[in-house]
Write a protein that binds this ligand. Structure first.
Ligand SMILES: *[C@@H]1O[C@H](CO)[C@@H](O)[C@H](O)[C@H]1NC(C)=O
Ligand SMILES: *[C@@H]1O[C@H](CO)[C@@H](O)[C@H](O)[C@H]1NC(C)=O
Ligand SMILES: *[C@@H]1O[C@H](CO)[C@@H](O)[C@H](O)[C@H]1NC(C)=O
Ligand SMILES: *[C@@H]1O[C@H](CO)[C@@H](O)[C@H](O)[C@H]1NC(C)=O
Length: 361
């Protein structure tokens, strides 16, 4: 009896250890996938390889059975939350490091001079509810600090005139909860935009097109919010990112002869955060590319977009998506360069915002 029992036990132990191994390996595999896909388990990444214009829905079917082509501003189409997901600007997101609160205040003060949705130029759409998100790097767990930070932001918002406030349906504060080790320029700025692009920033209203406006990205003429909205509306082709090539004149930047610095689309740009295929591309193709790269001081998330798009290794993916990255003049990247607002306004009638640099009279 005993030897049989022992044999059975051995067999049982063998079975058990195989099963445990399968479970262990299975769990690791599952965890890795879960980590890559975050909460997006229903993400249709397979569709990534064809990216068409499906995201814009210029033609709406009305309940009356009629069809309606969406026009700017006259309430025939149900161009409203939470059901409408077509091409429109929904948010301005202002990301900032906790050391930059003063710049956020300064930027908001400038909005009195250049109101986001002024009466001059095109009228604001009565259907358009824009939302403003002040998006800090702070960690929500630091309660005392958060209270102080939010009080300052609240005061800056309370300071806005009704002309400015009426441009926004809501203004909210979000924190990226960066921990000490990720609170560096290289990691922090990336993590903040990534959380937004992959849907980890739980906005009060679902985002479609978002203008990502660092505190050193300033309006240079009024009605910039409506101008941004117009540049995403049908009949504009839908896109993932629309922004500026380097337009400054800094000798040091030129001296680098470093193509990503010259050619990249600056991060202060419009992003189609509502497009799941953009999210799929980011998670499936772009993020692994960046993770495999060596962190360097001269790399940032926006120069890395350019590196990905112009790396021959990626051509089979890139040729399917490059038309989703659109250069435009609505915002100009003047990093480390001086400019005159009056001159810019005169020379570039379609430019509403300038990033970086220093104003001269
Ligand atoms: C609108 O109706 C047409 C005809 O019934 C249909 O083919 C189309 O898919 C509908 N479009 C939307 C966006 O529901
Ligand atoms: C909305 O605007 C379009 C274009 O101007 C026009 O053809 C349509 O009749 C307008 N609809 C209403 C209800 O005003
Ligand atoms: C609020 O407005 C006043 C008056 O324009 C200005 O002096 C002050 O600096 C503003 N405060 C902030 C936080 O922007
Ligand atoms: C930061 O943490 C707070 C509190 O836990 C949470 O509500 C918020 O969604 C987090 N932000 C992000 C971007 O994950």
């Amino acid at each position: 009896m005993l030897p049989i029992l022992q044999r059975r036990t051995t067999v049982l132990i063998l079975y058990f250890s195989i099963a445990a191994n399968v479970l262990f390996v299975g769990e690791r595999f599952y965890r890795r996938l879960a980590m890559i896909l975050e909460e997006e388990d229903d993400l249709d990444v397979g569709r990534m390889l064809h990216v068409g214009n499906s995201n814009g829905r210029p033609v709406m079917n009305l309940s009356s059975g009629e069809q309606c082509v969406q026009h700017y501003g006259n309430g025939t189409c149900s161009d409203n939350y939470p059901t409408y997901h077509g091409q429109r600007l929904t948010h301005v997101v202002m990301p900032f490091h906790t050391s930059q609160v003063g710049r956020v205040e300064g930027n908001l003060r400038l909005w009195q001079t250049f109101p986001p949705c002024s009466r001059e130029g095109q009228p604001a759409s009565p259907l358009t509810g824009y939302h403003l998100v002040l998006y800090s790097s702070a960690d929500s767990k630091k309660k005392a600090y958060i209270a102080e930070l939010e009080a300052r932001l609240q005061a800056a918002v309370a300071n806005l005139t009704s002309d400015v406030l009426s441009c926004f349906q809501s203004i909210e504060i979000q924190h990226a909860n960066l921990s000490g080790s990720s609170d560096t320029y290289y990691k922090g700025t990336r993590l903040m935009i990534e959380k937004l692009l992959v849907g980890k920033v739980k906005l009060q209203y679902p985002g479609q097109y978002v203008f990502y406006m660092e505190p050193d990205c300033y309006p240079i003429r009024s009605n910039w919010l409506n101008a941004l909205d117009t540049s995403v509306r049908w009949p504009q082709p839908s896109f993932w990112m629309k922004g500026s090539i380097y337009r400054g004149y800094n000798k040091g930047v030129y001296a680098t002869r470093h193509p990503p610095q010259y050619f990249h689309m600056n991060g202060n740009a419009l992003y189609n955060v509502g497009d799941r295929q953009f999210r799929a591309w980011y998670i499936r193709h772009y993020r692994p590319y960046v993770q495999a790269a060596t962190p360097r001081k001269d790399r940032s998330f926006d120069t890395d977009f350019w590196r990905f798009l112009y790396d021959l290794e990626n051509i089979m993916v890139v040729r399917q998506v490059i038309h989703k990255f659109v250069y435009a003049e609505i915002v100009m990247n003047y990093w480390k360069s001086s400019y005159s607002v009056a001159k810019l306004r005169e020379t570039f009638p379609n430019t509403y915002l300038v990033h970086g640099g220093y104003q001269k009279p």
